[in-house]
Design a protein around this ligand. Sequence first.
Ligand code: ADP
Ligand code: MG
Length: 310
Amino acid sequence: MRKSLKPILLVALGGNALIRKGEKGTVNQQFKNLVLPIRQIARLSQDYRIIITHGNGPQVGNLLLQQESCAEVPKLPLEILVAQTQGQIGYMIESTLDSQLMDLGVNVKPLISLITYVVVAENDPAFSDPTKPIGPVYKSKKDAPSGYPLAKTVNGYRRVVVSPKPVTIIEKREIKKLITADFIVICCGGGGIPVVREGRAFQGVDAVIDKDLASARLAEEVGVDIFLVATDVAGVALNYGTVDESFLRHINIQSATQLIAEGHFAAGSMRPKVEAAVQFVRNGGKRAVITSIEAIESAVKGEAGTEIKL
Ligand code: ADP
Ligand code: MG
C-alpha cells in the first residue's frame, strides 16, 4: 500500500530570523535567534514536508561593506555575495535544524542546503530603479558610506540595490525530488543567485532578488500546499506605524491588490510579501499566510497571522 505524502509547507524566513532589529548581528546572536523559528519548523516537519527559504538583506549588505573596507583584494559582484550568503546562512539554518531535530529525538532526517539560481529578465525595468534595502540602517544620510543609492525605510536610511523579478527557479525539479524523498530543503537563499539566460548558459547579474517573490515563484513551481512568510511583525497592517494601525487576520486577493495600489505596504518590506502571497494564491496556491517568527506553528494551525485567500 502506498503511503500518501505529507503536505508541503514552505517557510520563508526574514533576515530578522537571524538578526533582530537593533542588533549588531554577531554570529552568536544569529545562531541564538534561529532557535525560535527552527524549533517550530523541526516540530512541523513531522506533519509536513518542508522547504525553507531565507532572506539575506543584512548579511549581503555587510559583505559589501567588508569588501569595501579592503582595497587589496578584487571586488566581488553582488551575485557572488548572494552566493556567499546562501552558504553562510544555509549552514547556520541547517546546523540549527539538525540540533533541534535531535532534541526532538529525530536522529535520521535528511537535510540539504542547495545553491539556487533564479532567472531574471534582462529587460526588467527594475534594473534602472534600485529598491531593495540591504546592510545596516543609518540614522542620517551622512552616516552611510557612498557608492550606492540610499532609501528612507521605517527605521532609517539603508543602501538600496536593484531587485529584478524572479522568473523561474533553475533547481525546481531537483527541489521537488528532494522533498518527495522527505528531505528538508533549504534553498532560494537571499532570493536566489540572479542570472540571465545567454543561449543555454547563464550569466550572473549585479542585483539582489526579493526573497518573498522568489519564494512564491518556487512555491508555485513545486506545488506547495502552504506558503508561509515569517517576519518581525504579527502580520499585515493597515495604517502601519500610525495610531490607527490595525492588523488584518484575513484578506482576499482583490482587496490586497487594492491596498497595494493605495500604498499601504512599504516597498522592499511588506509590499513584496503581500504581492508574493497574492501571486501564489492567484496562480492556484491553496493557503498563503504572513506571520511573525514567534507564531509559525500557530499560523500553520490557522490561529495567527494574516491569511491571504482567493
Ligand atoms: P523581512 O526581513 O522579514 O523580509 P522586512 O523588514 O523586509 O522583513 O519586512 C517586515 C517589515 O515590514 C516590518 O518590520 C514593518 O516595519 C514593515 N511594514 C511596512 N508596511 C507594513 C504594513 N502595512 N504592515 C506590517 N508591516 C509593515
Ligand atoms: Mg524583506
